[in-house]
Design a protein around this ligand. Structure first.
Ligand SMILES: Nc1ncnc2c1ncn2[C@@H]1O[C@H](COP(=O)(O)OP(=O)(O)OP(=O)(O)O)[C@@H](O)[C@H]1O
Length: 329
């Protein structure tokens, strides 16, 4: 028997009524279709990237998945539960982390937030201890537990928030921009932890991000939403192919030389000994670097990833219909 998906959306829509003052006494009512005929499933244990440009409908989807918002139409289930009808029951089965907000108590030591969650979620003592110990070890929170949350750096606070979302053993974790604003080392710590969480405990993860490296390093599947609709569902490599996106290799040669000639890369800019080479994002950077190093005097190099907006813009250049917004009076 095939297992029931953990997350199921079938024809889900969310329409917001927006009122706007257009004159002294005049008001206009408009409808904004933030999510439009959205259908997908996520199996238990999957780690899925959920990406799209600003205003695409990602947060609205996550809010419906947590029960904060009720869909205007369609069917939505998480672990067999209708989120908006049974929000409290669902809260025991899901964890949520919003990169831009914290669920921790600002003025209290970190450990006090965890103690409060222990009671709020009625987590059995042994389980709480075990989960806390694991998070403290893997997220390196040991020295921070007695610090008030307001004194933590952004990266430390984010690790603290991730631990808070996991103390009650959720089956699914929603992460909204978990690496936003973090430095390279903090990003690596967060990504390493999420990888381990998924591999060892089988926690299902739905990850919203603007950082393609989050997806590259964590997710075997990516869904792209734009104007409230699902535009792509598959591997990241496939998305690069569809979008024909390019990465950039910035090469520092030991001296000024004519443009580097290594197909399929092409030189797009030259400044003294530094050259910028664009190459298809699906190609291996390592193979290209090896060939350049063999043929040219290489001093240094770095690879720049395309950003999500760029990939999506290329993917749908000219093909995306206007936002589903209509005036009703
Ligand atoms: N409470 C609301 N009332 C009216 N319109 C809303 C509301 N929430 C969202 N919207 C609109 O719905 C659309 C989708 O917004 P949403 O926040 O889901 O996008 P997003 O993909 O999360 O964007 P971002 O990456 O900027 O966070 C936008 O046009 C937004 O203005």
């Amino acid at each position: 028997m095939t297992e029931q998906p953990l997350i199921e959306l079938d024809g889900v829509e969310k329409v917001f009524d927006v009122r706007r003052k257009t004159g002294f006494l005049k008001r206009e009512r408009r409808q904004v279709r933030a999510v439009d005929s959205l259908s997908f499933t996520v199996a238990r244990g999957e780690m899925v990237g959920y990406i799209g440009p600003n205003g695409a409908g990602k947060s609205t989807t996550i809010k419906m998945l947590t029960g904060i918002l009720t869909p205007s139409a369609g069917r939505l289930r998480v672990a067999g539960i209708d989120p908006s009808r049974e929000r409290t029951r669902l809260a025991h089965r899901i964890g949520v982390v919003f990169g831009q907000r914290t669920t921790l108590w600002w003025d209290l030591p970190l450990i006090d937030s965890y103690r409060l969650m222990h009671r709020m979620y009625r987590i059995p003592d042994a389980r709480y201890r075990e989960n806390l110990d694991r998070c403290v070890e893997l997220l390196e929170l040991g020295d921070l537990l007695e610090s008030p949350v307001r004194q933590l750096s952004l990266g430390q606070r984010m690790r603290g928030d991730i631990a808070a979302a996991l103390l009650h053993d959720p089956e699914v974790l929603y992460l909204d921009e978990p690496t936003i604003g973090l430095d390279v080392i903090s990003k690596a710590k967060v990504r390493g932890f999420l990888k381990e969480l998924n591999a060892e405990l089988g926690t299902t993860v739905l990850l919203t991000t603007h950082d393609l490296q989050d997806i590259e390093q964590l997710c075997s599947r990516v869904m792209v939403i734009d104007h409230g609709r699902l535009m792509y569902d598959g591997a990241l490599a496939g998305l690069h192919e569809v979008g024909e996106s390019e990465r950039t290799l910035v090469v520092d040669l030991e001296r000024e030389l004519p443009p580097v000639d290594v197909a399929p890369a092409r030189v797009v800019k030259v400044e003294g000994p530094r050259q910028w080479l664009a190459f298809p994002a699906g190609e291996s950077a390592a193979a290209l670097v090896a060939r350049i190093a063999a043929e040219y005097p290489l001093a240094d190099l770095s690879v720049r990833e395309p950003d999500i907006e760029d990939v999506i813009a290329r993917m749908y250049a000219g093909a995306v219909p206007g936002r589903s917004e209509k005036a009703v009076s």
